[in-house]
Design a protein around this ligand. Structure first.
Ligand SMILES: C[S@@+](CC[C@H](N)C(=O)[O-])C[C@H]1O[C@@H](n2cnc3c(N)ncnc32)[C@H](O)[C@@H]1O
Length: 316
């Protein structure tokens, strides 16, 4: 393994934290002038003004979440689920022998799935300190095939000549994702492909009527209260799964085929994960396509996974 990724992993977090502190100081001390000094949409952007604080808070929220919940056992971390997530657009065996970056690796669930599918090398990119520690611990047996980068996706080095960039459940938590997708484009070899899984707007309208107002509260709750609420909602989910067996309720396909197969502690985690991170965007299909098209990807294809989320792929 070359030395530069180790060097980046070592210096990256400190440099990133310093950059972050400086930015936050500027934003919190001089919010108006800072906003005025940037182009419209650069720092204070889409959907009701997302500030730099949301970017950092979302990453910190995940750092906290993934230091508490580090276990990826069972169906939640399985090859079957990986196949379910990426099909029918891709199949796991297409990763055999390839070099892949995984943007937003969290605790290493997708990294391990990629290696299990036969990837030769995975570049695991994770900006939060808490998740990064869990990622290192969870993948230490496979570490000879992994380059670890404790960086946000937009800092992905551009000389990687990769076969694939994948990002599963991450880009919808990045308020300004264009720079991450542009960095992914640069890091790919010609003909390389970028695969994203995103929360979908379509199919989630009913769910979001409840979840959006609830998230306004839950993203501000301390862990103990959020954990308590997630346990209560997990009981409600038990009932919903049971009801879905008999009645055509919203999201029935996803509930029965995916959620119903997870262990109870993983269903709790999925609820907590919905309510915890500060920023979450639900993409319309056209927005998902545009995101890849703006970065220069061509031959873009989408698949509406289980009627509630978007799998989108583009070629460099
Ligand atoms: C919902 S978790 C998904 C983790 C993993 N992909 C999985 O499916 O198990 C989202 C992850 O994205 C990371 N993340 C948030 N903002 C990011 C950014 N700007 N660049 C890269 N990763 C980011 C978070 O720290 C978190 O670990």
């Amino acid at each position: 393994m070359s030395q530069w990724p180790r060097a980046l992993a070592a210096t990256g977090p400190r440099f990133h934290r310093l950059k972050k502190r400086l930015k936050l100081m500027v934003v919190s001390r001089f919010p108006a002038s800072y906003a005025a000094a940037t182009k419209p949409g650069e720092q204070y952007l889409q959907e009701g003004g997302v500030s730099e604080h949301d970017v950092e808070k979302t990453i910190d929220d995940f750092g906290d979440q993934w230091s508490r919940y580090t276990d990826n056992s069972g169906y939640y971390g399985s090859a079957e689920l990986f196949s379910d997530i990426i099909s029918p657009i891709m199949s796991p065996d297409e990763f055999a022998g390839t070099r892949v970056a995984d943007i937003g690796s969290g605790t290493g669930r997708i990294v391990k799935m990629l290696l299990q599918a036969g990837a030769r090398e995975v570049i695991a990119v994770e900006p939060s300190a808490g998740a990064f520690a869990s990622l290192l611990e969870n993948t230490k047996q496979q570490s000879g095939q992994i380059r670890y980068l404790n960086l946000p996706g937009n800092d992905l080095p551009d000389d990687l000549d990769l076969d694939y960039v994948v990002s599963i459940g991450v880009v919808h938590h990045i308020p300004e994702p264009d720079s991450t997708i542009a960095a992914s484009h640069k890091a790919l070899k010609s003909g390389g492909r970028c695969l994203l899984w995103l929360y979908g707007w379509e199919g989630n309208e009913t769910y979001l009527r409840f979840a959006q107002p609830l998230r306004r509260l839950t993203t501000k709750l301390p862990h103990a209260l959020l954990a308590g609420l997630s346990h209560v909602l997990n009981l409600c989910l038990d009932l919903y799964i049971l009801a879905c067996r008999f009645v055509r309720l919203p999201l029935r396909d996803y509930i029965l085929k995916v959620i119903g197969q997870m262990a109870r502690d993983k269903r709790y985690l999925i609820i907590y994960d919905q309510l915890n991170p500060d920023y979450a965007k639900y993409y319309r299909e056209a927005e998902a396509i545009d995101l890849l098209a703006r970065a220069g990807f061509r031959d873009i294809k989408t698949h509406r996974r289980h009627g509630y989320s978007w799998l989108v792929i583009g070629t460099k």
